[in-house]
Write a protein that binds this ligand. Structure first.
Ligand SMILES: *[C@@H]1O[C@H](CO)[C@@H](O)[C@H](O)[C@H]1NC(C)=O
Ligand SMILES: [Zn+2]
Length: 425
């Protein structure tokens, strides 16, 4: 084509563009935005009126970053850790596979490297006997990392907030790793540092058992406190987590542990998968007096509470559904603020699911419910991921500052360990 044709063509393109902008502006100025079809609306920065379509538009920019997905334990239990046998591109048992992650607009999640509590008689009174737990945790981390590596077009390992964002910009699912209970540390802060080196970025202080560091809320009501919150060693653990940049996760902890940890931690904290006790009264949910410790004021700390979908934590039997989960989100938003709520479904770790939230493909249904309750796109973006990213950035800054100030690593040992006494040589 010659220069003249080229310039005529460019003029046509520009003219068409200007005409479209003019029409859009006219519609907008005359207040006829309600006449715009849901297909045209996003072109001029408006959301479709249909909350489900609006949810999908928002989630293209603000995909879900889930605080707790239990895929690795499913691989352990159903595949004996044989990653070759796992096909995440096909329909997987339970709630998570690649097609459903994509359909659900998932931008990232914490892969939970979970190993359960030992029985009381197996671990002994001092928690020192269940030595296989560290081995099994390493295997869980291995399964997560091997699966992430097996699907490089889908998953990208992420260890910082910047890496989460660049994975999402690249169209990948940012893959973070967390461990679910400080019992998985084998009572050792040195083990924490090595998990960090393998990519672990949160440690839940307890699972359903007490451990050498902190008290758990148990599962059913009535667990008897052991330390009344954090032990002295648990406080040292939090010091080291702050120095490294490992998020303190307060899901599963007792109320005493949670309120002590949120005050002690220099870095913002998370609840990777917990809902609101005022909405449904079970120990695993966060009570209002703890939610009130979240914020910028005196004696408060930044945090994000990522709502758990487990039906038994959401509502009375048979009543867990999208609306009930949205009630938890809104309650946490009401007490702590919309900047402090997130999503931590616990998919693959729960045996049943709320009606309408059957698997990772269904997050848009929850977002649509919140849009229909008046949540705007900024509120939604906070909920789906940016609240978590702010908390991660806060923890990264604390770690950087502590390291820059020359804070020494914590070498304290668990005082009940029989194998490492000081000795004159
Ligand atoms: C792992 O799974 C693959 C595919 O099903 C199978 O060929 C292989 O023998 C399995 N490996 C082990 C060690 O079981
Ligand atoms: Zn859990």
């Amino acid at each position: 084509m010659n220069d003249k044709e080229e310039s005529t063509r460019s003029r046509k393109i520009v003219w068409t563009g200007l005409t479209l902008v003019f029409i859009a502006a006219l519609v907008f100025l005359l207040g006829f935005t309600h006449l715009l079809s849901d297909t045209v609306a996003p072109w001029i920065g408006l959301l479709p009126k249909d909350p489900h379509k609006a949810a999908l538009v928002i989630m293209q920019q603000a995909p879900v970053i889930d605080g707790h997905i239990d895929l690795p334990i499913l691989i352990r239990e159903a595949y004996a850790n044989n990653v070759t046998a796992v096909d995440l591109e096909a329909l997987m048992p339970r709630h998570v596979d690649i097609p459903r992650l994509r359909k659900g607009h998932v931008g990232g999640f914490f892969w939970s490297a979970y190993v359960g509590c030992a029985k009381r008689e197996e671990e002994g009174d001092d928690f020192t006997d269940a030595t296989w737990i560290v081995r099994d945790t390493l295997e869980q981390i291995d399964v997560a990392r091997e699966l992430i590596a097996k699907y490089p077009d889908t998953f990208q390992l992420a260890t910082t907030s910047d890496e989460v964002q660049s994975a999402i910009y690249g169209g990948k699912i940012a893959s973070l790793i967390g461990i679910e209970g400080a019992h998985q540390l084998g009572n050792s802060i040195g083990v924490l540092r090595q998990y960090y080196a393998l990519g672990v970025r949160y440690v839940t202080l307890t699972h359903i058992c007490h451990n050498a560091f902190a008290d758990s809320c148990g599962y059913l009501p009535g667990i008897i406190p052991l330390h009344h919150g954090l032990s002295a060693f648990g406080r040292r653990l939090i010091n080291e987590m702050n120095r490294l940049g490992v998020l303190v996760d307060l899901s599963h902890t007792s109320d005493e542990t949670a309120s002590q940890a949120i005050r002690l931690s220099k870095a913002p904290v998370i609840w990777s998968h917990s809902s609101a006790r005022a909405v449904h009264d079970v120990p695993r949910n966060v009570p209002d007096n703890v939610l009130e410790l979240i914020g910028k004021g005196e004696g408060q700390n930044d945090a994000v509470v990522m709502v758990n979908f487990a039906p038994q934590f959401v509502a009375d039997e048979g009543k867990a559904n999208i609306q009930a989960v949205a009630d938890h989100v809104e309650h946490i938003a009401k007490v702590a603020g919309k900047d402090h709520v997130g999503i931590g479904s616990d998919y693959d770790g729960i045996s049943s699911t709320p009606d309408g939230l059957e698997d990772v493909s269904t997050y848009p249904a929850l977002i649509a419910e919140l849009i229909s309750r008046g949540w705007n796109k900024y509120d939604i973006a906070g909920l789906t991921g940016s609240n978590l990213l702010r908390v991660m950035k806060g923890a990264e800054k604390v770690a950087k500052d502590l390291q820059a100030a020359g804070t020494l690593p914590v070498y304290d040992l668990y005082h009940k360990r029989p194998d490492l006494p000081y000795r004159e040589l």
